[in-house]
Design a protein. Structure first.
Length: 358
């Protein structure tokens, strides 16, 4: 279905396209590989992969023929001629300079024109932005596993544990309870380190009075989930509680604003303006959100400079934060499925400020 959708929207002056980005291959074929080529055209399509993957690919891929890749310089021109193609688009966002040169050498003898102006990438991004029902169900399943991991781990976090122990506990629970993989390297940062938006968990001891920020997700059938929660150990200062409320209110404003037909930049502004007015605008440096799907970060971007208008079927995050160096940081993140009249929040874990006393 997805591959036929791409073929339908290819510009008329492009006869075929070659897809090699593993994320895009996974999207169009449902098959994960680090070495594959999709040749897609209006006159036929084929998926090429080497002997390590061919048996599994033939069992999995049903959107086109599957052929063992032995000599790329022979096979690609062979199928382009078979499909009566003269112009071939490649992924400008993914193909390297040396890779483009190789295509040039491969295509030159038969006079194929290489198109690398980004229009293929634009078509792919357009398709991947809007999730089909099956994609949504995979993301919901991944999120359910992540939330169970969160609800499990908060029963055990206590002073004396290390950040790494908490991260490993989250990962182990997700992998043991249905995740195919974790979405990304799990982030667990505490105390002063919680001011690092993408800090790396290490042997730092979690102490009484710390904020602990956990950013993590699970993968199901190739689709990612993404959530962040910040909890407190024992107690917090009045300032910490106030800043937590600001972040929570900012997130609520973004969620309330997110709807089909609304510019993504407007959603970002809804959250950012609350943080700005509170006096912490300098402490919120990243965008309010991003798309989630086959990749953990994909289009659309929910940022001040985004030119995208939200559509029904988008899945985005809402994750404002405030980060105060040498003090603490807070981020709260949910995933939203955009609908015609609002959004469905795919994240149900509590956002109440939890004071853990395990």
């Amino acid at each position: 279905m997805f591959l036929q959708n791409l073929i339908r929207i290819l510009p008329k002056d492009i006869d075929a396209c070659i897809i090699t980005n593993p994320a895009n291959i996974r999207y169009f074929t449902g098959f994960s590989t680090e070495n594959g080529y999709i040749i897609a055209s209006r006159n036929g399509s084929v998926f090429l992969t080497d002997s390590r993957y061919i048996e599994a690919a033939q069992a999995k891929v049903d959107c086109c023929d599957v052929v063992e890749l032995k000599n790329i310089r022979e096979l690609v021109p062979k199928y382009l001629k078979k499909f009566n193609c003269s112009s071939v688009a490649v992924e400008a966002d993914f193909v390297t300079v040396s890779g483009l040169r190789e295509y040039g050498k491969m295509f030159k003898p038969d006079g194929f024109k290489t198109v690398f102006d980004g229009r293929l990438d634009k078509c792919i991004r357009f398709l991947r932005c809007t999730k089909a029902e099956e994609e949504v169900e995979n993301i919901k399943a991944a999120q359910a596993i992540a939330e169970k991991a969160f609800n499990h781990v908060i029963k055990y976090i206590k002073p004396g544990m290390t950040e790494k122990e908490v991260a490993l506990a989250l990962d182990f629970y997700m992998l043991k309870n249905g995740a195919d993989a974790i979405s990304f390297d799990t982030i667990v940062v505490s105390g002063k380190k919680s001011s690092l938006p993408h800090g790396v968990p290490d042997g730092k001891i979690i102490e009484f009075g710390d904020f602990v920020t956990m950013d993590f997700g699970a993968v199901v059938n190739g689709y990612h989930s993404d959530m962040t929660r910040t909890v407190a150990i024992g107690e917090v200062s009045s300032m910490m509680a106030d800043v937590y409320s600001i972040v929570l209110n900012a997130q609520a404003a973004a969620i309330k604003t997110a709807c089909a037909g609304v510019p993504a930049s407007t959603v970002d502004f809804a959250a950012r303006s609350i943080i700005d007015k509170s006096g912490y605008g300098h402490a919120f440096g990243h965008s309010t959100g991003h798309g989630v799907g086959i990749e953990i970060h994909e289009e659309p971007q929910v940022s001040p400079k985004s030119g995208y208008t939200l559509q029904a079927g988008n899945i985005i995050t809402a994750e404002p934060g405030i980060y105060l160096p040498d003090q603490f940081g807070i981020r709260i993140e949910d995933m939203l499925l955009i609908t015609e009249d609002g959004n469905e929040n795919l994240t149900s874990a509590t956002k109440e400020l939890l004071l853990l006393n395990n």
